[in-house]
Design a protein around this ligand. Structure first.
Ligand SMILES: [Zn+2]
Length: 480
């Protein structure tokens, strides 16, 4: 028995990204989502004899942008190939893809090397109509050709990931990067981002690669992590029993957690690739590269670094912001509105409470809270003009109906009470008088006993007093 051997997972990802062009990859049909089936078709995307493909320039432009964002070499001259196979969702009997010379060569995103990025067309969509919902017992299957011919970029990584969690985290970075450059909606649930994972195990410390399996089309980040984890466990169990891992294509069912075999893995030669005779080679010239480069915004990974380095944000907060472009944009707009001297860490700490109030998927720029209002609110908190609890109430009111935080504080009487103000010292004295037992314990050195006294003052002031200020007054009045 080799139960003692520890195995290291080796994971590579293949990601299909639907490009957000107006028309399909090789014809003029518009892309459609949720339209009547089979209304966006023409002789070319239906594969009728005699029709000729024309490459979509916008898709090529997006392909170059993806390559540049992933630090890839861009091939000056690449080639489209026919990938031949039969399936009802593929009317031509082949898919136009790229084979030995893809548009983008080696690159890197974060800790993961990119093997290649190539352009291709999507297949049509098979819809299985059946009472049981199971593919093989469906009553009938129908084809919607609207999706057939949609431009795709396929991104293939090197096997540089070593856990399900790493895979999920890296895919999040990739999605954020693609979203930031605006080439795709990158929505896994809607299928505009689809991910397959190649998984193998090897003995810890070994350089060899074990036999890999391919998990197909996991349609959410959670299912990707669950599927990869389940496959790692399945392979480890086989290897520990001295059995072999078969090279095959697998399906993970998130409902049952079970992995089932779809087919034995096909090899490249099964597809009989040959150069697409109806398309000339794809030539990327200096002007195309320059146009793509000029359209790239600051990438999320660079923004994380800048937030940490220049603004002093803790790395987790920097990532939470930079990984969502709309949050990072709002955050920076708030810093700008606050002007010089605005505390970047304090402002960053107010973004999560804002997100909590507007909804986790909402864009703060679309809310009633302006960057200037948030900057003012944070400045008031730092100046102790309003305490944390009251400031959160003010934030809720801003989300509800907009406005100016100073005016809201004034109108609602939420301004912080200070020792110098009306009666805070008297309220503290009353709290001490009302609870002599607690006061005695505090005098005896038990600082925890201060809790009920502080609570009393907070109740009396409806939360407007500053906790630190109350504690200071209690100690002062108890002569400590
Ligand atoms: Zn068409």
């Amino acid at each position: 028995m080799s139960a003692e051997i520890e195995y290291e997972p080796v994971i590579g990802l293949e990601i299909h990204v639907q490009l957000k062009t107006r028309t399909k990859m090789f014809c003029g049909c518009e892309l459609s989502f949720g339209d009547q089936p089979n209304v966006h078709t023409c002789p070319r995307c239906l594969g009728l004899p005699g029709s000729l493909p024309v490459v979509n320039a916008q898709a090529v432009h997006y392909g170059i942008m993806i390559g540049l964002a992933l630090g890839c070499e861009i091939a000056p001259r690449s080639q489209f190939h026919r990938k031949n196979y039969f399936y009802p969702d593929l009317p031509k009997g082949y898919q136009i893809s790229q084979y030995d010379v893809p548009i983008c060569g080696p690159g890197r995103l974060g800790d993961v090397r990119i093997h290649r990025v190539h352009l291709e067309e999507d297949a049509a969509k098979l819809v299985h109509v059946g009472a049981s919902g199971r593919i093989h017992s469906a009553d009938r299957s129908v084809v919607d050709f609207n999706r057939g011919g949609t431009p795709l970029a396929e991104i293939v990584t090197e096997p540089d990931l070593h856990s399900a969690e790493d895979a999920r985290e890296w895919l999040t970075l990739l999605r954020t990067t693609l979203r930031a450059i605006g080439v795709s909606d990158v929505n896994m649930e809607e299928g505009s981002l689809r991910c397959d994972a190649n998984v193998s195990l090897r003995p810890q410390g070994s350089d060899m690669l074990g036999t890999k399996t391919e998990l197909k089309n996991m349609n959410s980040f959670r299912f990707l992590a669950q599927g990869v984890k389940a496959e790692i466990e399945r392979q480890a169990k086989l290897l520990r029993c001295g059995q072999e891992v078969m090279q095959e294509t697998l399906h993970f069912d998130p409902a049952s957690g079970r992995i089932t075999s779809l087919r034995s893995k096909e090899e490249a030669h099964d597809y009989r690739y040959f150069p697409e005779p109806d398309l000339v080679p794809l030539v990327v010239d200096a002007a195309m590269l320059e146009t793509a480069r000029a359209q790239l915004p600051e990438l999320p990974s660079a923004r994380v670094d800048r937030f940490e380095r220049d603004l002093g944000l803790p790395s987790e907060r920097a990532r939470d912001l930079a990984f969502r472009t709309e949050l990072a944009d709002f955050y920076e707009a708030t810093l700008a509105a606050g002007g010089p001297g605005t505390d970047p860490v304090a402002v960053a700490n107010w973004i999560p409470p804002l997100v909590e109030r507007i909804g986790s998927d909402a864009d703060p720029a679309q809310s009633r809270v302006t960057p200037a209002a948030l900057a003012d609110l944070v400045a008031m908190v730092l100046a102790k003009a309003v305490n944390q609890t009251a400031a959160r109430d003010v934030l809720s009111m801003l989300v509800e109906s907009g406005g100016d935080p100073a005016q809201i504080v004034e109108r609602e009487g939420l301004g912080a009470l200070h020792a110098a103000d009306s009666g805070l010292a008297e309220i503290v004295a009353a709290a001490i008088a009302a609870d002599p037992g607690a006061a005695e314990k505090v005098r005896g050195g038990n600082m925890k006993a201060m809790g009920p006294l502080v609570g009393h003052v907070m109740r009396e002031t409806k939360g407007r007093a500053d906790g630190g200020e109350i504690r200071r007054l209690i100690l002062e009045q108890l002569g400590i």
